[in-house]
Design a protein around this ligand. Sequence first.
Ligand code: GLN
Length: 476
Amino acid sequence: MFSFQSINQYHSFLEKNEDGCSIAVNHYLSEIEKKKQLNAFLEVYTNEVIQRAKELDEKRKAGKPIGKMHGVIVGLKDVICYKGHTVSAGSKILENFKSIYSATVVEKLLQEDAIIIGRQNCDEFAMGSSSENSAFGPVRNALDESRVPGGSSGGSAVGVQAGLTMISLGSDTGGSVRQPADFCGVVGLKPSYGRISRYGLIAYASSFDQIGIFSKTIEDAALCLAVISGADDFDSTVSEKPVPAYASELVAAPRKYRIAYFRQAFEHPGLDPIMRTAITDLIDRLKQEGHTVDPIEFEYLKHIVPTYYVLTTAEASSNLSRFDAVRFGYRAPLVSSELNDMYKASRSAGFGKEVQRRIMLGTFVLSSGYFDAYFTKAQQVRRILYNKSVDVFKDYEAIISPTVPSTAFKIGEKSDDQVAMFLADIYTVFANLVGIPAISIPLFTHENGMPFGLQIMTNHFEETKMLQLSEQLISS
Ligand code: GLN
């Protein structure tokens, strides 16, 4: 019976098993089939991965050097392009659209011998917190199928949670990797803005979007991060900073950290009291162990979700204007010879409700007359938040918080209550607004049986420190 603990353990298994990649691929294909009802995958590349596994097994047999992700089975959120494969962003408007090139992350993974097993379900255009906004039906949480897995990268989180992939890639614009990781009890990492190329990622809000990683262990997240990070001629927003060997730096000796937390975040009435207690107990324990853990004032808490939604919907309204039914995507049956009628009919039928709402909101906040009151104001708040993060990181190395204020809710429970749904993002959007790295690590189990995580944020490009602290906390 094949079982997966970590990439390193899997690589030792491959050393002893000539057909190891094929064994792994068969195992995952049958697990995906058995757990179909979770609706985590929109497509599985069955024949391709069987073939690829054979080729990789041959490569090892021939004694050729192997890649860092050799045989590692990876799932891709349905917003990441893979040449010749469908990418639909969970939307009818792109149903059956085939990528004409691969995202940089996909190229990098393939160069290091990864096996891409399929395309994972998500909220349409990555807009949502529950994976209920997919045009292809909701994703189910494997621990309790009546509950959501979080979103928008729900299929990718469930992929790792339910043992359907070793690693999944998602995207995180306001929490879409960390929030489902929290709901599913896995590791979810969003790097600094500019660490990973966004080339080939279908854009939601370009100044927020980052590709992120789901894994079972911190070490696997570190290994994958090192492979997919780094400068790219196709994305000028990626940093030229060298990419550290994150995984080998993980083994640093345990040490004492200077940690901050936002007082208002812990006092927020929306935070589940059991979660508050669990994290407060952790803080007490860390203090006893000699870490500095201080509350700091964060008077902007109530502004961060509105700021996030003004700015991201503005960017989305512009990004999604390319889906015009002329060059690609769904085109509604023609109702008149007017071009505008064709746009309207196609976009009204092709986009789901949530996406339409956001395009309208974004168009509104950018319209003349309202631009300064909303968009400019929100940009100013974004700068204030950035300055706040600069101040905090003068004195502290990390900021901790819950990842989400509650555990996974029931399917349908919040779909009619937009404001309640937006509250799920209250702790995650800060990192995207200021561009810093953040991770959710699975540390706790609630009385209701569901897991929840701790979020750790560090300063720009301090992923190494974030991963080291995560490893130290998870293994203590
Ligand atoms: N829940 C947030 C939203 O709906 C975050 C989405 C994301 O990170 N892609 O915008």
